[in-house]
Design a protein around this ligand. Structure first.
Ligand SMILES: Nc1ncnc2c1ncn2[C@@H]1O[C@H](COP(=O)(O)OP(=O)(O)OP(=O)(O)O)[C@@H](O)[C@H]1O
Ligand SMILES: Nc1nc2c(ncn2[C@@H]2O[C@H](COP(=O)(O)O)[C@@H](O)[C@H]2O)c(=O)[nH]1
Length: 187
């Protein structure tokens, strides 16, 4: 009998404001054992965000050093800031056989697919374009200019949906969190 193949690295991507962080937060409330990689970013913290929790907030020089030292599994520029996945923590968990989740943008997902072809790529889609605009605007964390920039990028990201292994439509946070857990073989 063939051994069961369980994808161990899962990448969750989708346009800004679709609800990736909300889904992951719900999932980890129900299953705190699911490990989410904490990225490094040059973006300034939003109110309530803490260093080492949502992100490692670093300056440009520090980000340059992370790249130069080969400490990032992937990195990308998104809407004027840089974001990257610390390599060490991800590889350590994968070596231990633990499921690993990355919440990263389309460019990062493409880079992970190149370097780790066994990763499963999950695209989180909005129920509609208007709902995406409502969510991103309603979150109230970005200026109108940044929202416009993120929505421009969202058009590119939505057009790349077919590159992903699976699409989940974020109509209900609870349903999507359950589906994602099943894809990660956590439940
Ligand atoms: N299923 C849903 N129904 C209604 N609102 C939702 C749903 N999922 C998320 N939201 C809301 O949409 C907004 C954006 O969600 P969130 O910040 O999780 O998006 P994101 O994809 O992580 O964005 P970014 O990529 O910019 O970090 C939040 O205000 C959140 O409460
Ligand atoms: N390529 C990467 N993209 C990342 C990483 N961490 C987060 N992200 C993505 O950036 C945008 C913007 O995030 P925000 O917190 O400023 O709203 C979003 O699509 C994230 O998924 C990363 O390490 N690499």
């Amino acid at each position: 009998m063939a051994a069961e193949v369980r994808p161990r690295l899962t990448v969750l991507s989708g346009p800004s404001g679709v609800g990736k962080s909300t889904v992951v937060a719900h999932m980890r409330k129900v299953h705190p054992e699911v490990w989410l990689s904490v990225s490094a970013t040059t973006r300034k913290p939003r109110p309530g965000e803490r260093h080492g929790v949502q992100y490692f907030f670093v300056n440009d020089d520090e980000f340059d050093k992370l790249i130069a030292n080969g400490e990032l599994l992937e990195w990308a520029e998104f809407a004027g800031n840089r974001y990257g996945t610390p390599r060490g923590a991800v590889l350590e968990r994968l070596d231990n056989g633990e499921p690993v989740l990355l919440e990263i943008d389309l460019q990062g997902a493409r880079l992970v697919r190149e370097s780790m072809p066994d990763a499963q790529l999950v695209f989180l889609a909005p129920p509609s374009w208007d709902e995406l605009v409502r969510r991103l605007t309603g979150r109230g964390t970005e200026s109108p200019e940044v929202i416009e920039r993120r929505l421009d990028t969202a058009k590119v990201e939505l057009a790349a949906e077919s590159e992903f292994d699976t699409t989940l439509v974020n109509t209900s946070v609870e349903d999507v969190a359950r589906e994602l857990l099943a894809l990660m073989a956590v439940v």
